[in-house]
Design a protein around this ligand. Structure first.
Ligand code: NAP
Length: 294
């Protein structure tokens, strides 16, 4: 987001889920670029501590603000352009998973699905929390900030941190793939309906029978719908660059540090998209720095 005074244009960014992981590295890289960054976290203590550490390292242009993307009141107090907060949506047997020692190629190809079946439990509560954070949280924050973003002189940037798990080819059900892939008929109401159907199918134990993703199902569908949301907003706000990105397989708490990239490497593509020059692509999905198929 840009804000012009009489003499200068200054850039501001808001990063969600920024007390640790990829979000924290995004804050650091944007601040190094001279952007004033609002580091947000749902936990005041860990957020303040993260902001202080960066400030002490010589980056004075960072401020902390509390933000829980699941809490509408908290969302309404904020403005910015980057969404990163994420939840995995599964209950994990961490020790069991670590002992399997699965390599990254197996993880990314989806071939780990059977190996981890007994170790990652998709409970209804975790699924709801995941969808409320990754999809509704993102929508909540974006919709609350859009009026402010529209004031940007040079056109705002919104970067939604997605995942490889969002890719439509990973969803077995052809009808779901088609609905999510058809920009002409996509709408927030349709996405809402789809997520409610997913949760109902989960409750009734028919996820596999109805062709939902088998690997981290709620996480996958939350990211597939957030990608669809990216396209809907990009179509509406043509003056902005609004994109979603898979940051890579990054070692963070989210995947029990099984990822192969560092958080600094993972922050690179979201930062690149946040700093896109005018006239750059919008409504696209990037696999790290490469534009890719939804
Ligand atoms: N790591 C990977 O390989 C990978 C791959 C693809 C996509 N991603 C995506 O990258 C993003 C960042 O994840 P990460 O890997 O950096 O994981 P992480 O280190 O676990 O960070 C997740 C962040 O989200 C925050 N968060 C969760 N619920 C929130 C809420 N309700 N309100 C505000 N913040 C909330 C967490 O805060 P707390 O500390 O308070 O829990 C934490 O700061 C996520 O969207 C994730 O899906 C990661």
């Amino acid at each position: 987001m840009d804000n012009q005074t009489n003499t200068s244009t200054h850039k501001y960014a808001v990063v969600t889920g920024a007390n640790k992981g990829i979000g924290l590295a995004i804050v650091q890289q944007l601040a190094i670029e001279g952007i004033t960054v609002v580091l947000t976290a749902r936990n005041e203590e860990s957020g303040t501590e993260a902001a202080l550490t960066l400030t002490k390292s010589g980056l004075p242009n960072i401020v902390f603000h509390q933000l829980d993307v699941q809490d509408s009141a908290s969302v309404e107090t904020l403005a910015g352009f980057v969404n990163n907060a994420g939840a995995s949506g599964v209950e994990v047997d961490a020790e069991g998973l670590k002992s399997l020692n699965i390599d990254s190629a197996t993880w990314l190809s989806g071939n780990a699905t059977n190996m981890v079946q007994g170790l990652m439990r998709q409970t209804y509560e975790k699924a709801k929390e995941c969808i409320d954070t990754n999809y509704y949280g993102c929508v909540r924050v974006t919709e609350a900030l859009l009026p402010l973003l529209q004031l940007s002189i040079s056109g705002a940037r919104i970067v939604i941190v997605s995942s490889l798990r969002s890719e439509l080819k990973r969803i077995p059900n052809e009808q779901i793939r088609k609905s999510l892939g058809d920009l002409d008929t996509l709408s927030l109401e349709k996405l809402d309906e789809m997520l409610q159907t997913f949760l109902r199918d989960l409750k009734e134990g028919v996820l596999v029978a109805n062709g939902w993703p088998t690997m981290v199902p709620a996480y996958s569908i939350s990211k597939a719908t957030v990608n669809a949301y990216t396209r809907i907003v990009a179509k509406k706000y043509k003056e902005m660059c609004i994109n979603c990105v898979h940051p890579g397989f990054v070692a963070t708490d989210l995947n029990l540090h099984t990822g192969t990239m560092t958080v600094d490497e993972g922050a690179r593509s979201p930062v690149l998209l946040a700093l896109l020059p005018d006239g750059s692509p919008s409504g696209c999905y990037f696999d790290q720095t490469q534009m890719a198929e939804f």
